[in-house]
Design a protein around this ligand. Structure first.
Ligand SMILES: [Zn+2]
Length: 235
């Protein structure tokens, strides 16, 4: 519960926010991205519903208007985002677009194979305890190259150590069968298990986040992105 003792003043300093600005902003501009009032009214479940609705728009090729220029201008007032998405670096999985989110809406942490590490955990703790997000989504995806590399035990420079972090998920699915990335169903199962194990690891390795989840302040969920349809399934 250490992080929860951060004072409102220091939180404002950390995220560069002015609480007064939310009240003084013009109504039209205030609707462009979450302000403190809007963020305080969110719950983990309403944010999850928001992301699901955004993914439906994305998969239906009906993304909302980005209003880019006014959103860029409003960004100087601080940030009150709703979620943290831990995603793969894959070029085919653009995290903000996948959930139809815009400037000021979500933090995105991207690393091959969407595994958690010390720096991702620190970033999530900042996002949750200091910046007020309500939901952490760990999102794996169909035909993930990092997962395929882990399935085949690829060795390449610094990548080898990263792939080792995915190996427990590979072993959890293959047992003694010694399968390879040519087996698409096998790869899909490893991707999903890797997501589930990452969610469990986040809870085990971060007391800050585990305590916040127990208190109902955040939720940590897993998800699977289909390259074929653009649809996200929550696991
Ligand atoms: Zn990937």
């Amino acid at each position: 519960m250490k992080a929860l003792s951060i004072s409102a003043l220091s939180v404002a300093a950390i995220i560069g926010a002015s609480f007064l600005s939310a009240d003084s902003a013009a109504p039209a501009a205030a609707a462009l991205q979450p302000d403190k009032v809007a963020q305080d009214a969110m719950t983990p479940d309403t944010v999850l519903a928001d992301l699901k609705a955004g993914n439906k728009r994305y998969a239906a090729d009906q993304l909302s208007n980005p209003d880019l220029k006014p959103r860029i201008a409003k960004a100087t007032e601080g940030q009150f985002p709703k979620a943290y998405i831990l995603s793969c670096v894959d070029s085919r999985v653009p995290a903000e677009q996948v959930f139809d989110q815009r400037i000021g809406d979500v933090f995105v942490g991207r690393v091959a194979g969407n595994i958690e590490n010390d720096d991702q955990l620190g970033s999530m703790e900042y996002a949750a305890a200091a910046a007020g997000i309500k939901l952490i989504v760990v999102m794996g995806h169909e035909s993930c190259g990092a997962v395929k590399g882990a399935c085949d035990n690829v060795q390449l420079g610094n990548l080898s150590a990263l792939l080792q972090k995915i190996r427990p998920a590979v072993r959890s699915v293959e047992g003694n069968a010694d399968k390879t990335s040519k087996d698409k169903a096998f790869v899909a199962e490893v991707v999903k298990n890797n997501v589930k194990m990452t969610v469990a690891d986040i809870r085990t390795r971060s007391e800050v986040l585990a305590d916040m989840e127990k208190a109902g302040k955040i939720k940590i969920v897993g998800a699977y992105y289909s390259l074929k349809t653009g649809e996200v399934t929550f696991l």
